[in-house]
Design a protein around this ligand. Structure first.
Ligand code: F6R
Length: 544
């Protein structure tokens, strides 16, 4: 999830763009860039690292231009570097673009463009957009943007400028955020309101596939076919703090609502059209995957719970013995591992000391280490033999939410890939399962959008006064319970236990008072009936 800001008006724009980037800093960054049009040419500035780095070189960009675009990047394709930082330009140097999101068919587009003679200077998916504009430009940037949009698959927002039309910025979105800010004789475009909140509170949120043409005197909206669309501005009354949280009360709540995007991004480009799992950078050949004798998962906290889901999936689908341990225990044990062991280290940050130490122990014993992490360039990525990235964007909330789901999805993809390579699931079954995975982001979104908040608030109010909660689940419902209990302890400070439902009668039931809340995860699975009998046991004893 990157940050985008664009400005066109009568004021010098360099510092306005940079201030906008600062306001989007909370979204994460590993590099940044600004492009302005001055005297009919682009002036470009890129920097790697945080925005302090950019600030220290900002003077290199002359502050005369009154229109430009800027970007903070959170790497998904290509490492953080000056070449990979946006804005990207085409071969002729007439088009510059910034992009947020993922262009799923970029490889096919890139190959085609290269065959036509286009030269690429970065490893990113975004650069194809600049070349697509160059190819289809026919006197109208709006037309070229529409044409590029038609050819692109994925979910993205991009903003384009051209030296051919220095009085307009054109933007378009598909399932990722875009907002227009309306000023007096000046206008803004951005991936989020905070980027321009200090300048204007009059905003328009364009729809998917709507072409947005931003000029000094006004902003116009068009369909892809060029029909004008009428849009009325709305006023945002958020303070700056609320704006950074996208209108949510806390970052955690905002991130809960970003889960569907986190999952869609993590899935993106990992499933072919036919539903075959393709994972790059695992550091495992198909032959070495077939030769694996054991998987050992190491992680801490929430990441450990995601790993537990992975254990069930790896054993069920890929038929590999899986051991899992919290990294802080594993690192002080004498585990039996060797060259046929794959150690999967799960860490959102990629910096957790115990997980890194467990990775080193596994490597020292000859195991291959695969890091599952959200952070490009983190220590875990440097020490592992291979990396499987979750693409959840920056998580600011201390309690993991969207990164947990993204980790679960990543380990499920790994299990399916191994199952296919090792021949433990028929290809047809893998396709069925990948089709199910594809549906999750949409299902999750519709759940979160359809009054989930009201229902959750009602339940929370009803039970908030209880001094103790018990969570029960079986199979993958168990790690879900462990994670739910961890969240309740961490966020609400309520003592909570999570147990395998079948273990309840072996002791924990003694903890329950009349009316103690027992949260049971009972999903549609082969253990559903068993879980229902556990619910009956709890009820029969007059609890819950
Ligand atoms: C709980 C939480 C922590 C982390 C744990 C590991 O909400 O966020 O339990 O999961 O500290 O962190 P990473 O995944 O960065 O190694």
């Amino acid at each position: 999830m990157c940050g985008i800001v664009g400005y066109i008006g009568d004021r010098p724009c360099r510092d306005i763009l940079f201030r906008g980037l600062r306001k989007l800093e909370y979204r994460g960054y590993d590099s940044a860039g600004i492009s302005v049009i001055r005297e009919g040419r682009f002036d470009l500035l890129h920097s790697v690292g945080n925005l302090d780095k950019m600030e220290s070189v900002l003077h290199q960009l002359e502050d005369g231009s009154t229109m430009g675009i800027a970007h903070t990047r959170w790497a998904t394709h290509g490492r953080p570097s000056n070449e990979n930082a946006h804005p990207h330009t085409d071969c002729s140097g007439r088009f510059a673009i910034v992009l947020n999101g993922i262009v799923e068919n970029y490889l096919a587009l890139r190959v085609r463009l290269q065959e036509e003679g286009h030269t690429f200077t970065s490893e990113t998916d975004a650069e194809v957009v600049a070349h697509l504009l160059e190819r289809s430009y026919n006197g109208s940037l709006r037309g070229a943007v529409a044409e590029a949009y038609r050819q692109m698959e994925g979910h993205f927002t991009f903003v384009a400028i051209t030296t051919e039309e220095p009085d307009a910025i054109v933007a378009v979105r598909k399932e990722t955020p875009l907002v227009v800010g309306l000023g007096e004789g000046e206008n803004f475009v951005a991936s989020a309101v905070p980027a321009f909140l200090a300048e204007t509170r009059s905003v328009i949120f364009p729809d998917d596939g709507e072409l947005v043409v931003v000029e000094r005197g006004g902003v116009d909206f068009f369909t892809l076919e060029g029909e004008p669309v009428r849009r009325e501005p709305e006023q945002v009354d958020w303070d700056e703090d609320a704006a950074e949280k996208g209108g949510y009360e806390t970052f955690m709540l905002k991130e809960i609502h970003e889960q569907a995007v986190a999952l869609a991004d993590t899935l993106s480009q990992r499933l072919t059209h036919e539903g075959v799992v393709e994972l790059e950078g695992l550091g495992l050949t198909e032959a070495s995957a077939r030769a694996l004798g054991q998987v050992v998962i190491v992680a801490c906290g929430t990441s450990y719970h995601a790993g537990l889901v992975g254990k069930y999936a790896l054993e069920r689908w890929a038929r590999i013995p899986v051991e899992i341990d919290v990294a802080s225990e594993f690192r002080y044990r004498d585990p039996v591992i060797g060259p046929n062991t794959l150690c999967v280290a799960i860490s959102q940050s990629g910096e957790t000391a115990d997980t890194l130490a467990a990775m080193r122990l596994a490597r020292g014993a000859g195991a291959r280490v695969l890091a599952v992490t959200n952070i490009v360039g983190s220590q875990a990525t440097r020490e592992a033999d291979g990396v499987l990235f979750t693409r959840a964007g920056l998580e600011i909330g201390v309690a993991a939410t969207k990164t947990f789901l993204a980790q679960v999805l990543a380990v499920l993809l790994l299990a399916l890939w191994l199952a296919e390579v090792r021949g433990t699931l028929p290809a047809r079954r893998v396709r069925e399962l990948t089709q199910e995975l594809r549906r999750i982001p949409t299902l999750l979104n519709s759940y979160l959008e359809d009054s989930a908040d009201a229902e959750i608030e009602r339940v929370a109010r009803e039970y908030a006064h209880h001094p103790f909660f018990l969570y029960l689940g079986r199979n993958i419902g168990l790690p879900v319970c462990l994670e739910g209990a961890l969240k309740l302890k961490e966020i609400s400070y309520i003592p909570t236990e999570a147990y395998a439902a079948g273990e309840m009668k072996h002791g924990p039931i003694a903890l329950l008072d009349q009316g103690s809340p027992v949260v049971v995860v009972a999903t549609d699975s082969h253990v559903y009936d068993k879980v229902v009998s556990n619910i009956q046991e709890v009820k029969a004893r007059g609890r819950a």
